[in-house]
Design a protein around this ligand. Structure first.
Ligand code: AMP
Ligand code: MG
Length: 401
């Protein structure tokens, strides 16, 4: 048996980082990964401007009770005239500072009468001015290669006037479900059959990480069907995920079929629950990960073992999302000879402290635990963990993105 941490490291390194890069519109870049370091070319803000609705003036002209003639109104997006000494300019949030002005006094601290500004409360020199370059200075690093582009990155890139970015192309993932017992949702089901949960589930997991589920195939448990499915996926995809048929039963034919295609299986039987049978192989140079058929196991294995590999293939710098230590609430002490991943729900009490509630039925057959759970809690192999102890928490929000 392979220890969980070893399996995770080996899988994460099981495929090369991407070489290909392509240019895309910023609008289409969400979820993709920057292929190049980017440097700021603009100072932001690009000029000193007001952080408030109010008046710009020279600090030296301000004394309580003094009245300054207002020589201009500067709206955001308009170019100001230089400010005459002893005058004030009316302006608004985002208005550029007139040359000569160094201080903004906010509207609430003034009165305006007969075109003159009366100062009710003396300002501090330089107050309420956003300085040129104080956000981002031209020439400073903006975003590094390997950064996943999300709404925040898009805003930053747009602020620099960047309309197109160089990214790694989306990873194309082929999904293969296996089993004679399965029928697709929407089709007629005989009493001895079950619906296929894994095909749609895997596609959603893959797409939730902004990869493309380009093909979802299903093969009956026979060598010919499995073989042609693997060959089709190897032609078309960067990564193949097969689900089921990888154990030691009579109908578990994935391993011999992969071997017949010239693949060597790199790892086998991870000391992990749920999800013991996991294998990795390469067919025509394409990585293949074989996951257990049970949907709960497949979901857990994808979360903690496959997602780092996918991140690597996407070119992301951070392969392993954060794991936090949180208090476990469980009805019974937890103990197993394998590394156990419990389906838990993070709940926040009145003081705002997060705790993990374990689902009451942790059998890997209980699919209803998954929509309920917010993540997985890790119980180390061979240790007993009691109610109230702290455990490592893998939040789906982080691990599935
Ligand atoms: P296997 O790994 O093929 O032995 O499958 C383990 C268990 O998961 C069996 O009970 C299968 O019926 C079930 N299973 C396998 N694939 C699927 C699937 N795509 N959807 C739902 N259940 C599945
Ligand atoms: Mg099967």
């Amino acid at each position: 048996m392979l220890e969980f941490d070893d399996a995770q490291t080996r899988l994460a390194n099981g495929a090369p980082r991407p070489q290909a890069a392509t240019e895309t519109a910023l609008r289409d870049a969400a979820g993709l990964v920057l292929a190049r370091d980017l440097t700021a070319t603009l100072d932001l803000p690009s000029a000193d401007n007001s952080a408030m609705d109010g008046y710009a003036l020279r600090y030296e002209d301000c004394r309580e009770g003094v009245a300054l003639p207002i020589d201009q109104i500067v709206y955001a997006g308009h170019a100001p005239q230089p400010l005459q000494p002893g005058h004030a300019a009316r302006l608004f949030t985002g208005s550029l500072m007139p040359a000569g002005a160094d201080t903004v006094i906010m509207q609430e601290d003034t009165r305006e009468a007969d075109g003159k500004l009366e100062i009710a409360r003396a300002p501090r020199q330089g107050q309420h001015v956003r300085r040129r370059g104080e956000d981002t200075a031209a020439g400073s690093p903006l975003l590094a290669a390997g950064t996943r582009i999300g709404p925040a990155q898009i805003a930053l890139l747009a602020s620099q006037g960047i309309a197109r970015v160089t990214v790694h192309p989306a990873v194309r993932v082929g999904i293969l479900t296996t089993g004679d017992e399965l029928v697709a949702p929407g089709e007629a089901r005989a009493p001895h059959q079950i619906y296929n949960s894994n095909g749609a589930m895997m596609a959603a997991l893959v797409e939730g990480m902004a990869a493309q589920a380009t093909q979802i195939l299903h093969a009956q448990d026979n060598e010919a069907a499995l073989k042609s499915a693997f060959q089709a996926l190897a032609r078309d995809c960067d990564l193949i995920l097969s689900i089921g048929g990888v154990s030691v039963g009579d109908k578990d034919l994935v391993k011999p079929v992969l071997e017949s295609l010239g693949a060597t299986l790199d790892l086998w039987r991870v000391r992990m629950k749920p999800g013991k049978p996991v294998a990795m192989a390469h067919v025509d140079g394409k990585p293949v990960v074989c996951l257990p058929g049970n949907p709960v196991s497949a979901f857990a294995v994808f979360t903690v073992l496959v997602s780092p590999l996918l991140r690597r293939m996407q070119g992301r710098r951070d392969l392993f999302p954060q794991v936090s230590m949180l208090t476990l609430r469980t009805d019974t002490p937890r103990h197993d000879s394998r590394e156990e991943f419990l389906r838990v729900r993070r709940e926040v009490d009145n003081g705002g402290v997060g705790q993990l509630q374990a689902f009451d039925r942790q059998s890997s057959g209980v699919l209803s635990s998954l929509p309920w759970a917010t993540g997985l809690a890790r119980i180390p192999a061979g240790q007993t963990v009691y109610d109230g102890e702290k455990v490592a928490y893998y939040d789906f929000k982080h691990w599935l993105s």
